[in-house]
Design a protein around this ligand. Structure first.
Ligand code: ADP
Length: 259
C-alpha cells in the first residue's frame, strides 16, 4: 500500500485537515514480480542447454583426434540441446502471440471437431507408437465447433502429447468429445502416474513442472499447459483437471456451443 498525505489549509492559513491518499499497488507489484520471475525462468531455461553446448564444443576443440564415433556422439548431444532451445523459443513465441491476440475478436470458423482431434492424434503418432500407447477417439463425426482450427488443434496436441509422454508403455489414452445442452466438452484421459493434489492448481503456470528432471528428460518446456489455458480462454472456454495419483489424469475442456 502506498500512502501519501498532505495538510489542507484555507485562505487564512488555518489548517482544515489532512488529505490522505491510499494507493493499492499490490496488483502492480504482483505483475512486476511475474515479469521478473518470467525473465529469470526464460534465462535459466536457455542457460542450461547453452552451458551443455559450450562444454561439448570445448571438448571437441580440445580433442581434435577423437574418433568419428565420439564426434558423432557429441554432435547428437549438441543437436538435442539446440532442438530444446528451438522448442522453448517456439513455445515462447506461441505464448506471446496468444497474449497479443487476446480480446481482438478474430472471427472463428465452423470446424469438424473430429478432424481436429484426428490431426492432433496424428501429430502425437510417432511418440505413441514408440511407447505402444493406443489413442482412442470418441467423437461424433458431425460435431462442429466454432474455433480457430490451428489454435484448437495445438491445444489438443499439447494435452495428448502430455498424456502420452507421462504414461507408461502399453497404456491407453482416451479422447472423448460430446455436445451437451449447454456446451461442447472434450476430455483427454490417461492412465499415467497422476498428479498430486498440491500441484494441480499450479500446473497451468508457465514453467511449473511437478518433476523438473522427468519433464526435461521427456523434452518438455514447461509451457505446454500455459499455452493450452490461453487458447481455451481465447475461445471463451474453460479447462479443468482432475487426477488421482497412481491412477491417471483427465483434462476437461468446455467450449461454448454456438449452434
Ligand atoms: P511440460 O513441458 O513439462 O510437459 P506442461 O506445461 O505441458 O509442461 O505440463 C506441466 C507439468 O504438469 C509437467 O511438467 C508434468 O509434471 C505435469 N503434467 C502435465 N500433464 C500431465 C499428465 N497427463 N500426467 C502427469 N503429469 C502431467
Amino acid at each position: 500500500l502506498n500512502i501519501h498525505s498532505s495538510a489542507l489549509w484555507d485562505s487564512q492559513d488555518h489548517r482544515m485537515g489532512t488529505l490522505i491518499i491510499f494507493h493499492d499497488i499490490t496488483r502492480i507489484r504482483r505483475l512486476e514480480k511475474m515479469h521478473k520471475d518470467f525473465a529469470a525462468n526464460v534465462s535459466h531455461e536457455l542457460k542450461t542447454p547453452l552451458t551443455t553446448l559450450k562444454g561439448f564444443i570445448e571438448t571437441l576443440q580440445e580433442m581434435p583426434d577423437s574418433s568419428s564415433e565420439d564426434r558423432s556422439g557429441f554432435l547428437k548431444i549438441l543437436e538435442k540441446n539446440v532442438n530444446r532451445m528451438i522448442e522453448l523459443i517456439n513455445d515462447l513465441l506461441s505464448l506471446s502471440r496468444l497474449e497479443r491476440l487476446e480480446g481482438t475478436g478474430v472471427r472463428f470458423a465452423d470446424n469438424q471437431l473430429f478432424i481436429l482431434i484426428q490431426g492432433a492424434v496424428a501429430a502425437c503418432g510417432p511418440l505413441a507408437e514408440k511407447k505402444q500407447i493406443q489413442i482412442q477417439i470418441t467423437c461424433p463425426q458431425d460435431l462442429t465447433v466454432r474455433v480457430d482450427p490451428v489454435l484448437m488443434e495445438q491445444a489438443i496436441v499439447n494435452l495428448v502429447e502430455n498424456a502420452v509422454k507421462y504414461s507408461l508403455k502399453n497404456s491407453q489414452v482416451d479422447i472423448c468429445a460430446r455436445s451437451t445442452s449447454k456446451d461442447i466438452q472434450i476430455d483427454v484421459r490417461d492412465a499415467g502416474p497422476g498428479i498430486a493434489k498440491e500441484h494441480l492448481p499450479k500446473i497451468f503456470n508457465r514453467f511449473y513442472r511437478v518433476d523438473k528432471g522427468r519433464s526435461r528428460q521427456e523434452g518438455g518446456t514447461g509451457l505446454g499447459l500455459a499455452i493450452v489455458k490461453h487458447i481455451i480462454q481465447y475461445h471463451n472456454g474453460q479447462i479443468t483437471v482432475s487426477s488421482v495419483k497412481g491412477k491417471g489424469t483427465v483434462f476437461h475442456i468446455r467450449l461454448p456451443s454456438h449452434a
